[in-house]
Each structure stands twice: as structure tokens, then as C-alpha cells.
Write a protein that binds this ligand. Structure first.
Ligand SMILES: C[S@@+](CC[C@H](N)C(=O)[O-])C[C@H]1O[C@@H](n2cnc3c(N)ncnc32)[C@H](O)[C@@H]1O
Length: 261
């Protein structure tokens, strides 16, 4: 799969922080504070955004392990956090190699919408067997809305969502449906599951993020190949113009999940 750019992750982090559902985040923090010296494993950690969110709210010490396959992102996490966290490079597909000893909570953000049903089922079985809770935030749910509509919005969204179903390194991805499968699977495995919407709201101040987000949408829609190229170009010009000149608002649907044992 293509790597995630650390500048892109940095740009989206403030929007992610605001988007996270406050009640589920507080409940995840509370679950850690109820334990003495808990250990958290953040999977697909990037540069450590979930660590930053949780650790800044925790009033008791916790031990964090950050796991990712991309050494450039782990290097950035090391630069930002030094020895405050353990950094582990590895492939999530190798579940047996996950460092889960002593872990009471696994966390993830913007990860499960990349995953296949098969991976989600294997992963849930793996953590359920060990009695480990899960806080999985910011799973894309297939919704996108702009303050000013364009006639092609629906067609573009349909192509983008269909493109999300390609293989992102875990087999064919469930994309926008991943969060529901994850929540159902956790419920079937005996977890108490809470879900909450955590939509991204990108306003005029997030112009750069909106531009890059649009670039990604347009690239995916071209690649998917179902829409006429001239139509895509018209839509992209309209949207870019809105971002640059009128400061349009864009909402992108996400879902947070907290599953406790
Ligand atoms: C969208 S980014 C999210 C990063 C971070 N959680 C955040 O919210 O900023 C997805 C992350 O999953 C990691 N990832 C993707 N596939 C992986 C795999 N097979 N094993 C380990 N990490 C993986 C990527 O390197 C990337 O850091």
C-alpha cells in the first residue's frame, strides 16, 4: 500500500482531535484511570496522534506502545516523544507478533476503514481471547457533504467510496462499512460496544487540508474510472474554487467505537 505522509497526518490532527466523540474519549481515559499502571497498544500509530490525545487527558501514568509498519512515521514519533513511548515496527497482518503482553486497551485511529472483513474478524478474535478492550476512533463512514452542493456530488462520492474498497494492505477493504462490521463483530464476541459519530468539519481555516483532501478524492475518482474525465475536472475546478475563494465548509463522516470487556 502507499505510505501515509507525515505532513498530511499533521495537518489533519487538529481536525481529528475536534472530531473525536468527547464521551467515548472520556470513557476510554476513565477505563485507563481505573487501572494501576495500564499499558496501551496503539496500532497503525502514525506519528502518535492517539497517544497525544490520550496522554494529555490522563491524570495517572500509563505505558504506551506505538506500533506501525512505516519506519519514517515511527522516526517522527521518536523525534516528537523520545523515550516516553515504546516504538515497535511490524505488520499488523501478523497478529501473533503484536506486543499484547500486559495490554489492557488497544487503540487505533483512522485505521479500520483500510481493513478487510477477514482481518477485522481475525483481529477481534485475537483481542477478545485476551480480554483486551478497544478504542477505535475516526473510521470513515462514507458520508461527505459540502456547504454548497454540485450536481455531481453524489456520483463523485459513489466513485470515491467504491474506490475505498480496494486492497489497502489487509485484503479487499470494507472501506465505509468497516466500522459497522467491527462494531458487530465486537458485540458478537461479548464486548460492551458504544459507537458515536465523529465527523470531520473542515472550515475556511482548514484550506490546506481541504485542498489536499480534494486532491485525494479526485485521484481516487479518476482511478476508479467510472466518471467522464471532463466531468471530474469540472467538479474538481468547482470544489477547488470554492475552497480558495469562498471558504466552503466540508463535512466528512466518521465513527468512533469503544468496546470494553
Ligand atoms: C491513516 S493513517 C493513521 C495514523 C494515525 N493513527 C493517525 O490517526 O494519525 C494509517 C496508519 O496505519 C499504518 N498501517 C497501515 N497498514 C499497516 C500494517 N499492515 N501494519 C502496520 N501499520 C499499518 C500506516 O503506516 C499509517 O500510519
Amino acid at each position: 500500500m502507499s505510505g501515509f505522509d507525515r505532513d498530511w497526518l499533521a495537518l489533519r490532527e487538529p481536525v481529528d482531535v475536534l472530531a473525536r466523540d468527547a464521551d467515548l474519549l472520556a470513557a476510554a481515559v476513565q477505563s485507563l484511570e481505573s487501572l494501576s499502571a495500564p499499558t496501551v497498544l496503539d496500532i497503525g500509530c502514525g506519528t502518535g496522534s492517539t497517544f497525544r490525545v490520550l496522554s494529555s487527558r490522563l491524570r495517572k501514568p500509563a505505558h504506551f506502545r506505538l506500533f506501525d509498519h512505516d519506519h519514517r512515521l515511527l522516526d517522527e514519533a521518536r523525534r516528537l516523544h523520545g523515550d516516553a513511548v515504546d516504538l515497535i515496527q511490524g505488520d499488523l497482518n501478523e497478529l501473533e507478533a503484536l506486543p499484547l503482553a500486559e495490554v489492557s486497551l488497544v487503540t487505533a485511529s483512522a485505521l479500520f476503514d483500510l481493513c478487510s472483513e477477514q482481518f477485522i474478524r481475525r483481529f477481534v478474535a485475537h483481542v477478545a481471547e485476551r480480554g483486551i478492550s478497544l478504542y477505535a476512533a475516526l473510521n470513515y463512514d462514507g458520508r461527505m457533504r459540502w456547504s454548497k452542493p454540485h450536481p455531481l456530488d453524489e456520483a463523485v462520492l459513489a466513485s470515491f467510496n467504491a474506490h475505498q474498497l480496494s486492497d489497502k494492505g489487509f485484503g479487499f477493504s470494507l472501506g465505509p462499512r468497516a466500522w459497522e462490521t467491527l462494531a458487530d463483530c465486537l458485540g458478537e464476541s461479548g464486548y460492551t460496544v458504544r459507537t458515536a459519530e465523529s465527523p470531520w468539519t473542515m472550515a475556511a481555516e482548514q484550506r490546506e487540508l481541504q485542498r489536499l483532501f480534494l486532491d485525494g478524492v479526485v485521484r481516487a475518482v479518476y482511478e476508479y474510472g467510472q466518471l467522464d474525465e471532463n466531468e471530474i475536472r469540472d467538479w474538481a475546478d468547482f470544489r477547488r474554487n470554492m475552497v480558495d475563494r469562498e471558504g466552503s465548509l466540508c463535512e466528512v463522516g466518521h465513527q468512533d467505537i469503544l468496546a470494553t470487556c
